[in-house]
Write a protein that binds this ligand. Sequence first.
Ligand SMILES: [Zn+2]
Length: 400
Amino acid sequence: MILANAHLPDGTVADVEIAGGRIAALHPPGSADAPGERVDLAGALLFPAFVDGHIHLDKTHWGAPRLPHVEGHSVRERIAAERVERHRVALPVEERASALIGTLIANGTTRVRSHVDIDNDVGLANLEAVLGVREAFRDWIDIQLVAFPQSGVVTEKGARDLQGSALMAGADLVGGLDPAGFDNDVKGQLDIIFGLAEAFGKGIDIHLHDGGETGAAELRDIAERTIAAGLQGRVAVSHAFALGSIEPDLFAKTAEALARAQVAIMTSCPPAAPVPPVNALRERGVTVFAGSDNIRDCWSPFGNGDMLDRAAIIAERHQMFTDRELEDAFALIANEADKALGRPRREIRAGAAADLVAVEAASVADAVVDRPPRRLVVRAGRIAAERGVPSAALNGVAVA
Ligand SMILES: [Zn+2]
């Protein structure tokens, strides 16, 4: 395939030749004449496909009628509501997850990390459903799965064994949830999570809503344990709201500990939360990446699975307004997310994977501000979606 007259992020224009799922060569515009399909991008901006570093494929109601939101904002209230509501959603997990994946890909995302609920109520059922979906869509999207203890680790009896079973069944990472705020046993939960990670040779991604000095102490504890376990670069903390609410000295000390341990921070940038300060963390060497988190589920009726929107939301909240800062916001859905997920970064160069998105924009900064429709999405050298519509081949994916 040739993607002709592609405007690249560095400002140059090229004909991009794709073969065997990879970028084979970049040619001066008008000079590529390889056999096969030819798409004239007519100067549209072409960049690597996006990463959604934190979603919940099993929770989403995508594709099903919207359920009215049950009241209550605390983590405990939401979990209680979900334990009832998860059995009332009209469609099975497989159908909802598949519908959301179609939307994610049409929006230009071809790599995700999804947390999947593991508790005594659902057992491994949601994980098994999402594992089937991952297998069905393996040619179209990379999916990492976190065994997520939604009902706690210490307080939910048998959670450790369930997580172990989930890792044996195919989950890629060990999840966690507010060791202090939910389990009220920081040492107990972290002993179990890090023990599982070491026993199974897996990474970790912990939901941490705990705020203030308690949350900051947990972050430093996680950093210390990461180094002790030799897990540098394989541990992430999602949300980490504490980083948005502590004094400067404590922030500096905590950020330094995270950087030293190469613990990454995921932000979905919810509007009412004290979110971690993206620029200050990156200046101190902490990897920060972005995710949608909840997309139309029991936790939030909002979300659309569009990572350009997410980059814009983050840029606006953190006043990242210069072109350089808008490019930094874009990095959270691109290279920084690849790094956090331990995956090779995707670039526009010969030899790189041909996971690509084309939009009508003059620059990356323009794309973050304008959030233009996705003109073309290519996955491993095949057209996955055009003008927001999944390809016939993608639509034909059947989930067993
Ligand atoms: Zn989450």
